[in-house]
Design a protein around this ligand. Sequence first.
Ligand SMILES: Nc1ncnc2c1ncn2[C@@H]1O[C@H](COP(=O)(O)OP(=O)(O)OP(=O)(O)O)[C@@H](O)[C@H]1O
Length: 308
Amino acid sequence: MIEAESLTKRYGANTAVDSINFTVRPGRVTGFLGPNGAGKSTTMRMILGLDRPSSGVVRVNGKAYARHHAPLRQVGALLDAKAVHPGRSARNHLLAVAATHHIGAKRVDEVIGLTGLEPVARKRVGGFSLGMGQRLGLAVALLGDPATLILDEPVNGLDPEGVVWLRGLARRLALEGRTVFLSSHLMSEMAQTADHVIILGRGRIVADAPVSEIVARADGDSVQVRSPQVDHLTHLLQAEGATVSRVEADLVSVTNLGTSRIAEIAAAAGVVVYELTPIARSLEEAYIALTRDEVEYRTTQTSPEVNR
Ligand SMILES: Nc1ncnc2c1ncn2[C@@H]1O[C@H](COP(=O)(O)OP(=O)(O)OP(=O)(O)O)[C@@H](O)[C@H]1O
């Protein structure tokens, strides 16, 4: 569990993280999204005690990171996969990290197995591909069998097979009851991996909700309506506040009204409808809409709809 309360980080006049509150719960995969410079890495560094908050607090498994006696057993983190001595073998690197927490060679070999590092475990880390480096970073994160995992852009450098593998691993770790918090720029990836997402825009939380809810709640879901009486229907729908645009001679795209309401209006007027198709937005589109709203949010100071 990760809990942030009024967490703030200022760099001079720039507020990188602006009084955010959130809870990352165990038993599910939580994605951390946001455009470049939104404050994701700064937030993750504060969670791990690598950056001191200007104000506010953040706790991991109930305490500030620095107050844990054996942090590796509480929190596994992957921040910069390249921060490894290049002359050491992967196994020796893992043994060295394990020794700091009295973790034995048996667990080292277990995490080598878990992360698919067996073929390269005795090779020098200096010669590793980015993907192998990511797997080694994950192996370090898993060493202490921690209840909480914090992974910054974990799919970076992984090949398609590696991406699928990581997705499965994240889901399995969450199913075991762990807290899994991972950042990504890839919305499509998040839609397949995360149960829940927290979206940051310019240091503020613009959404904190299940993935399905983010997609469903985003404005602008549209409905395609095909009817031989499309002009008449257009007038009726516009009178109810819908935005209607013509796609084909007998087909319109309707926003601001749901399928059931459109069907009721058509039925009440005796209008024949051949097709009524809800067009869902992808997470990518919903995300772009949300971060665009964030700009409005900052200028109007009204509450963003999806925030909770
Ligand atoms: N050490 C620092 N000194 C000054 N400003 C910083 C420092 N670290 C981050 N910032 C600023 O804080 C803001 C948030 O940066 P941060 O790296 O946390 O964003 P991010 O969401 O992780 O972005 P990215 O996806 O590009 O890594 C940016 O405006 C950045 O320039």
